[in-house]
Structures are given as structure tokens and as C-alpha cells.
Design a protein around this ligand. Structure first.
Ligand code: G16
Length: 538
């Protein structure tokens, strides 16, 4: 039943910030998906290994999973643990890797990118740590994709993934699991579910928007069936292949419907949204938005309200582009605060070595060392725990944090759809210009430091450069980097931060306007890209 198929390489199978992300139709080209999977297998030797498999239900997920199963069986994989109907969120997958001590996971998702035939598809590959593999491994896989000449696959009928239970294909054992069960058990060990039940019983109202993506069934089980939130608390709860036309990115732009609801008179006490594969989260209160950077700082400062963290945490980490809000909380609480490049995989060594417990990023990701991925529903339960324990609203909790530690006005501006060569040259020229910026005045802003962000991993000694940072004497900061999650062209991200200790009630855009002008000017964005304003700002 095992056949070897000859193939030729595709030149573009390089993994980005979080796995391979491509246009769905690119992945549907003959042998494209198979080449990529076989390249991973050739690098890691899957013989006798066990992998977790699932996806966020996007278009092509069903076809990809069947092909993957047949390739795994042909390549000698011992066992596959697959989410029922081929569904599994990224955090649930990380949890199964750790709980069942497997060799890794394959999650078919392009995360927050739109789905459908005209959307994106992706593959996230994690190893036994529970986190996505480091660049040293993705580089080897990319090299392999460049010379691949054949792949192995079983000729067999499709496997029925709708029934929980065990089956075999060749020598490969296939276990189909309910992916929600293990995930709920894990969360019960972290949070006080009784306290959360009491919160909902008291009449507390919430809206959780699953954006027609993978977290719908998880959220219904947890919020409605386990914690007693009324039916209808979870909206857009059925995972759809095209996410119902939504761009499943939980932010002010793509979840505008939820933001509008929370700024209307119908608003609930609390609202949250998750992304396609359930690792990102957005937190909202009544007429109030919490930036992901602030959210991380607030969770850190209030960790005593969650049983798993009540005896303290070992440290925290953020990506360089994320605001320094969490660093101020860490300093006040004498906790180490690590700063890593963008990409959750950079947190994995810090968690494995016990250096950090909590971490997060500006890109709507928050998590802890309970798994090795960011975790959307975990973040929501953490916020609910703080609300349950303090009786305060989202806005009160956030304002209290600003009062205590200062407020970082923070905004990200994205310039999308750029020609890759234009974007690369902009970054290269800006990098060359950085040394000359040091000491320069831009109105009331004076540059204290301007340099590429370079990370020395304290655990494995690897060095990573990602992004360019301009620091100002007043604590403000501009970070430039190119997105690593797009499927075509380039996106320039400009991250702006202005910390303030007294002036806490202003409009964020007004407060970062001057920084935006400086960024546009030093990077020559209009001249080089033809864009006088960003396509998206969050
Ligand atoms: C992925 C990574 C995140 C990272 C984000 C940044 O998220 O896992 O750690 O912050 O990409 O994306 P970009 O390179 O576009 O700025 P996800 O949720 O897409 O897997």
C-alpha cells in the first residue's frame, strides 16, 4: 500500500514567525503540501514517533489531514492522536503534547489569517517541548524542501475522523480524541472554577466571540456548560471553513463588530474574542479596550488571584515590540523580565528552564508555562478570575494598573501589501542609518539609542536579530519590523510606545502622533511605499 511519488521542489516553503503560511490555492498545487510534510519527516525521522494532529477547520483542513495521515503511516510513525473531525486548537495541541508526552504536533492553521479557497492555509509544527520548533530546525526543513525529490504515501481510503476511538493504518495506530476534554481538565487545574461559577451566577454578563473559528466548541463547553454562563454567551461558535467570511484576527479592526457592541448601550460586563486557532485573545470591558501589552502587565500584577500562580511566579517575558508595561510591574515586584524577538517559540526555552511563568506579545497573545503556546481561553479565564476576586470592572482594573505603574500609550501601524524588495530595502537602509540617529532631536523627542534588536538566548546561546528599535530619552520607543506571518508581499509593522506617569486619560492616537511622524520620516515610508498612512492600526 505504500508508494513513493516523485516530485520537484517548490522554492517558497520557508517557515515564518509561526510555521508555514501560504495562499490556500498555493498549498493545493500538486505535491505542495506533501513536499513540505516529507521535508519535515526527512529532517526529524518520524519512525516510531507519536504526533498530535488537528487543525482550525479552515478550508482544505479535511483534505490536508487525510494526506498527512497517509504520509505518516507510510513514513513509519507509531501513533497519531487526532482531534475529532480533524479539529484541534493550537493551545489544546500543545497541552496534549505535554500531557501525553508525544514527540510533537502538526496543527493545520494559518492562525489569524483569513481562510477559504481564496484565503490562507498553514502548518504549525511543534516538537516535544510543546512549542513550535526553533529557527535552527526550520532552516534545516527549508533546506530539505529545496532538494526534495520524492515522498512516501499510503494508498488507502480516507479515515473516518468523526468517531472517537482507535483505528490502524499500516503499522500506525490512530487515536481520535475529543480535544476539548483534556483542555478543560488542564484549565481546571489552573483556575478556581467554583469562583468563576459564582461570578456568572451573580448575574455577570459576557460575550465571547469565537469568530466562526476553532474555539467555539471549547468556549461553549467551558463558559456555558461548565461555568453556567447563559446560552448565547458564546457567539459565532460554529467553526466554518471560511470563518463565515471573517478575518479571524481578534483586534479593533477585524473584530470591529464586537468592539461596536461593547461601545453600545447593549454592552455586557466583559467581552473577548479569539483567533482562528485559539491562541490569540482580545479583552474588552464596557466601552473599554485593553491593549495586549497592558493585559500582560495586569495579569502579572494580579497573579495572586489565580490558584496556579498564587504562590508567586518565577519571571515574565515579552517580545521587543510589546510595550514595557509588564517590565514596570516586574521591576516593582522584583521579577526578572526577559525581552525576546517576535515569535512565541522564543519563550519556550525560558519556560522550560523555569525562568518565566507568564509571557505575552502585542499581537494579542498571552500565555503561561502551563503549555508552550499562547492561549486565548486561558487569558479570558485569568481576566474573569481577577474580576471575580476584586469585584472590579475591566476599566477599573486597568486604570488602577496605570495609576500604580504608569501608562504606556501604545499603537501598532501596519503598511500592508508592499513589494518585498521595497520593504527589504527600506529595512536595510534604515538599519544603516540607525547609528547616525543617536543623539538627534526630533522636536521634544531626543534619540537615546538606535540599533537592531539582537537576542542572546540565555539557554541555548543562539543569537537572533529581529526588528530595528529607536529609543528616546523620555522612555518612548519606535520599533520597525517586517511581518513573518503573511502569505504574499510584505507588511511593515511600526510599533509606537510612549510611557506616561501622570497624564493617564488621553487618546492613544493623539499621544503617539508625534512618534508616528518621526517613524514615517526616518524610514521614508511615504517616499518608498507610496503610502501616506497605514492600512491598519491597532
Ligand atoms: C505568530 C507567532 C507570534 C507572533 C506573531 C507575529 O502568531 O506565534 O508569537 O507574535 O506571529 O506575527 P508577525 O510576524 O506577522 O508580526 P500567530 O497567532 O499568527 O501564530
Amino acid at each position: 500500500m505504500i508508494k513513493t511519488v516523485n516530485t520537484t521542489p517548490y522554492s517558497d516553503q520557508k517557515m515564518g514567525t509561526g510555521g508555514l503560511r501560504k495562499k490556500t490555492q498555493a498549498v493545493m498545487q500538486p505535491n505542495y503540501f506533501e513536499n513540505f510534510i516529507q521535508s519535515i519527516f526527512n529532517v526529524i525521522d518520524p519512525h516510531g514517533k507519536t504526533f498530535v494532529v488537528g487543525g482550525d477547520g479552515r478550508y482544505f483542513n479535511d483534505v490536508a489531514i487525510q494526506r498527512f495521515i497517509k504520509m505518516a503511516a507510510a513514513n513509519g510513525v507509531r501513533k497519531l492522536i487526532i482531534g475529532q473531525n480533524g479539529f484541534m486548537s493550537t493551545p489544546a495541541g500543545s497541552n496534549v503534547i505535554l500531557k501525553r508526552k508525544t514527540d510533537g504536533a502538526f496543527i493545520f492553521s494559518a492562525s489569524h489569517n483569513p481562510g477559504g479557497l481564496n484565503g490562507d492555509f498553514g502548518v504549525k509544527y511543534s516538537n516535544q517541548t510543546g512549542g513550535q520548533v526553533p529557527t535552527s530546525v526550520t532552516d534545516k526543513i527549508y533546506a530539505e524542501t529545496q532538494s526534495i525529490s520524492s515522498y512516501k504515501i499510503c494508498e488507502a481510503p480516507d479515515i473516518n475522523l468523526s468517531e472517537i476511538g482507535q483505528i490502524r493504518l499500516e503499522n500506525t495506530e490512530i487515536e481520535i480524541i475529543d480535544p476539548v476534554n483534556d483542555y478543560v481538565d488542564m484549565l481546571k487545574n489552573i483556575f478556581d472554577f467554583d469562583a468563576l461559577r459564582r461570578l456568572f451566577a451573580s448575574g455577570f454578563t459576557m460575550r465571547f466571540d469565537a469568530m466562526n473559528a476553532v474555539t467555539g466548541p471549547y468556549a461553549i463547553r467551558i463558559f456555558e456548560e461548565t461555568l453556567g454562563a447563559p446560552k448565547g454567551t458564546v457567539t459565532q461558535a460554529v467553526p466554518l471553513p471560511d470563518f463565515g467570511g471573517l478575518h479571524p484576527d481578534p483586534n479593533l479592526i477585524y473584530a470591529k463588530h464586537l468592539v461596536d457592541f461593547m461601545f453600545s448601550d447593549k454592552a455586557t460586563d466583559f467581552a473577548a474574542a479569539n483567533d482562528g486557532d485559539g491562541d490569540r485573545n482580545m479583552i474588552l470591558g464596557r466601552k473599554f479596550f485593553v491593549t495586549p501589552s497592558d493585559s500582560l502587565a495586569i495579569l502579572t500584577d494580579n497573579c495572586r488571584y489565580v490558584p496556579a500562580y498564587k504562590n508567586g511566579i518565577s519571571g515574565v517575558a515579552k517580545s521587543a515590540a510589546t510595550s514595557t508595561a509588564v517590565c514596570r510591574v516586574a521591576a516593582a515586584n522584583k521579577l526578572p523580565c526577559y525581552i525576546v524577538p517576535t515569535g512565541w517559540k522564543y519563550f519556550v526555552n525560558l519556560m522550560d528552564s523555569g525562568r518565566i511563568t507568564l509571557c505575552g506579545e502585542e499581537s494579542f497573545g498571552t500565555g503561561s508555562s502551563h503549555i508552550r503556546e499562547k492561549d486565548g481561553i486561558w487569558a479570558v479565564l485569568f481576566w474573569l478570575s481577577i474580576i471575580a476576586a476584586t469585584g472590579k470592572s475591566v476599566e477599573e482594573i486597568t486604570r488602577e494598573n496605570w495609576k500604580k505603574y504608569g501608562r504606556s500609550y501604545y499603537m501598532r501601524f501596519d503598511f500592508e501589501g508592499l513589494d518585498t524588495s521595497v520593504a527589504d530595502k527600506l529595512m536595510a537602509d534604515l538599519e544603516n542609518k540607525l547609528p547616525s540617529l543617536k543623539g538627534q532631536d526630533f522636536g521634544s523627542y531626543k534619540v537615546s539609542e538606535a540599533a537592531p534588536f539582537i537576542y542572546h538566548d540565555p539557554v541555548d546561546g543562539s543569537i537572533t536579530q529581529n526588528g530595528l528599535v529607536i529609543d528616546f530619552t523620555n522612555g518612548s520607543k519606535i520599533t520597525f519590523r517586517l511581518s513573518g506571518t503573511g502569505s504574499s508581499g510584505a507588511t511593515l509593522r511600526v510599533y509606537l510606545e510612549r510611557p506616561e506617569y501622570h497624564d493617564l486619560d488621553n487618546d492613544t492616537y493623539d499621544m503617539v502622533q508625534d512618534l508616528l511622524k518621526i517613524a514615517m520620516n526616518v524610514a521614508e515610508i511615504p517616499q518608498r511605499t507610496g503610502k501616506t498612512k497605514a492600512d491598519v492600526n491597532t
